[in-house]
Structure formats: structure tokens, C-alpha cells
Design a binder for this molecule. Structure first.
Ligand code: NAD
Length: 258
């Protein structure tokens, strides 16, 4: 897919990776960009800088996601590229309160389901549309210190896989973005923590990987190529991989993330 003249929706676009995508797509001469986020003032800033249309949205609420998709389709006639990127991190394990598990589930997983439910009928009707879901390397490997993040990001990868298999022969393209650490608000509190064991890249570096993947229409977007090696090691010998992860964990004491 080429970005020029495309109608693009990006969630979580007030900050970090989503904001960088809005800037990059504007630079690549996208047609219309619609940006959504909880943070209305951050959105307005990105809108001012990129010309994108700001639509304050809570992606954890189905009616708000539906309204976002409906507005894009009504105003622009179609959505060419839907970037479900909003996400949060919560540290902890099973002791994490159920309300927090539910909150991260709604944002990191159900928001992708709501957006697919709203946008896919139009995309299938047109036999054209691209969904780029932001998951994480934590969705392929794990997140030391955060069960809710590891679990929800695995679910996000799984949902993207399912969409690609189910609708891939009907004109729908799907990619899943799985970075390791990126310098954004999410990693600001612990830039040297366990999440950034392989170092930290900039949101603009993530955009380079996204642009390349969109051009090639490849499913898996890995701004940190090492993640592929880690995936291979995991599937080659699960027990060995678990042992290595325990070793990594103990080298950080008893990490909580984020
Ligand atoms: P960020 O905190 O800078 O941006 C996330 C944005 O999502 C914020 O603007 C926030 O307001 C918005 N958001 C949160 N909840 C929302 C909701 N309910 N409705 C609408 N918007 C909401 O963080 P980021 O690093 O840019 O994160 C973007 C995505 O990248 C997330 O899905 C995150 O899990 C993923 N990711 C980040 C990293 C990293 O190291 N930063 C690594 C892998 C994956």
C-alpha cells in the first residue's frame, strides 16, 4: 500500500507512536488523516501540526469507536488504513485487581474488536482496506513484570492473525506492529527497565518499519529485527526459552512494569 491520497484513521494519536504515525503519514501526502485519542488537547496539537482531523474518542467504549469509524466513512467515503494503536500498560500479576485487568483488556484488545466490527463490513464491500493493529513484542514473547500487558498483547496478535486468515482472500490486508521499547510516555518512567533490555528506539524509527511493511503488505512489523530470533528460540525449545527469561528476570531483581 502507498500512503499518498489515502484515508487514514489512527487511534492513540495524541502521543508517542500514534502521533509519530500522524506526522509521517502527513509527510507522505496522505489524503485525509483522522486522529483519535482520550487526550483532546494532545490531539488538537497534532491536528494543528499535521492537518489531521481530531476526533476525541475513548476506544474502550464501543459506541465511541463506532462513531469514529462512521464519521470517517461519512466524511471521506471510505477508510483505506485503520491504525488501532491506542494502548496502556499495567504492571503486576494475578493479584492485579480485576477492574485493572478489565480496563487493559478493553483498551488493548476489545478496542481492536470494536474497530474491526465497525470497519470491516465497509472494507469487504469495497474489497479493499488495511488494518494495522499495534500489539507489542510482548505479544509474541512476554512482558516481564506485567501479566496484564503480556496477556492482552498476545490476544491482540492473535486477533490480528485471525483477521488476516479469515478475510485475507476478500481484499482485507492486516499487519500487526510488535516493537520492543520505544521512547514514549509509556516508557518514560523507567527508560532503563526490563522493557528496554535491548535499548530504546524512537517513534520515528517505528514509523520507518511501518512504512516498509505497508509497502510490502507484510503481516508482522518488527522495528526490532532481533524479535524474530527470539520468536524462533521460543518455538525451537520452549523450556530453554523459559529458563532464559527467568534468568533475565532475576538480573533485574523483582521487576514490576511499567
Ligand atoms: P503513549 O502513552 O505515548 O501513547 C498512547 C496513547 O493512547 C496516548 O495518547 C493515550 O492517551 C492513548 N489512549 C490510552 N487509552 C486510551 C483510550 N481508552 N482511548 C483512546 N486513547 C487512549 O504510548 P505509545 O508507546 O505511543 O503506545 C502506543 C502503542 O504502542 C500502545 O498500544 C502500546 O502498547 C504499544 N507499544 C509501545 C511500546 C513502547 O515501548 N512505547 C512498545 C511496544 C508496543
Amino acid at each position: 500500500m502507498e500512503i499518498k491520497n489515502k484515508i487514514i484513521v489512527i487511534t492513540g494519536a495524541a502521543s508517542g507512536i500514534g502521533r509519530a504515525m500522524a506526522h509521517r503519514f502527513a509527510k507522505e501526502n496522505a489524503g485525509t488523516i483522522l486522529i483519535a485519542d482520550l487526550d483532546a488537547s494532545g490531539l488538537n496539537e497534532v491536528s494543528r501540526d499535521t492537518g489531521a482531523i481530531a476526533i476525541p474518542t475513548d476506544v474502550s467504549k464501543e459506541d465511541e469507536v463506532f462513531k469514529l469509524i462512521e464519521t470517517a466513512e461519512k466524511e471521506c467515503g471510505r477508510i483505506d488504513l485503520l491504525c488501532n494503536n491506542a494502548g496502556i500498560g499495567i504492571g503486576g500479576g494475578p493479584e492485579t485487581p480485576s477492574e485493572d485487568w478489565q480496563k487493559i483488556w478493553q483498551i488493548n484488545v476489545m478496542a481492536h474488536v470494536f474497530a474491526a466490527r465497525a470497519a470491516i463490513p465497509g472494507m469487504l464491500h469495497r474489497r479493499s482496506g488495511y488494518i494495522l493493529n499495534t500489539a507489542s513484542a510482548a505479544g509474541l514473547l512476554t512482558q516481564i513484570g506485567s501479566a496484564p500487558y503480556a496477556v492482552t498483547k498476545h490476544a491482540a496478535v492473535s486477533f490480528a492473525e485471525w483477521l488476516a486468515i479469515t478475510y485475507g482472500d476478500q481484499g482485507l490486508k492486516v499487519s500487526v506492529l510488535c516493537p520492543q521499547a520505544v521512547r514514549t510516555a509509556m516508557t518514560a518512567d523507567d527508560p532503563d527497565g526490563v522493557a528496554s533490555v535491548d535499548g530504546m528506539i524512537e517513534p520515528e524509527d517505528v514509523c520507518d518499519a511501518v512504512m516498509l511493511a505497508l509497502k510490502k503488505e507484510s503481516f508482522l512489523v518488527l522495528p526490532h529485527p532481533k524479535v524474530l530470533t527470539y520468536m524462533q528460540r521460543k518455538t525451537e525449545d520452549y523450556d530453554r526459552w523459559l529458563k532464559g527469561m527467568r534468568k533475565l528476570q532475576s538480573s533485574y531483581g523483582n521487576p514490576n512494569w511499567p
